[in-house]
Write a new protein. Structure first.
Length: 117
């Protein structure tokens, strides 16, 4: 299984970025896909998740600003990030959790997002 993120970069506060995660080696529709982030000196935190059914969950701090989506035909998951804030600065990783698993089984390497004030 391989998860490869792309789309990170540097933006000013208020800007937008769209992250992509390409998955291979798994039956994509059977996996819950999540985005996590880790800022320097902080623990990794959950950002958003989308189930194969389309059900979605967000952490409170990104609700109304971030949108997660998936394309099962392309084995891809996306994270549209709008109204970015400096506190969104982190390495963002995507992860895959099998439908019957309580935890995430596979992780990508991550992509850096830097938001300047």
């Amino acid at each position: 299984v391989q998860l490869v993120e792309s789309g990170g970069g540097s933006v000013q506060a208020g800007g937008s970025l769209r992250l992509s995660c390409a998955a291979s080696g798994l039956t994509f529709s059977r996996y819950r896909m999540g985005w996590f982030r880790q800022a320097p000196g902080k623990e990794r935190e959950f950002v958003a998740a989308i189930f194969g059914t389309g059900d979605i969950d967000y952490t409170d701090s990104v609700k109304g600003r971030f949108t997660i989506s998936r394309d099962n035909a392309k084995n891809a998951v996306y994270l549209q990030m709008n109204s970015l804030k400096p506190e969104d600065t982190a390495v963002y990783c995507c992860a895959a959790s099998y439908v019957t698993s309580a935890s995430y089984n596979y992780w990508g390497q991550g992509t850096q997002v830097t938001v300047s004030s």
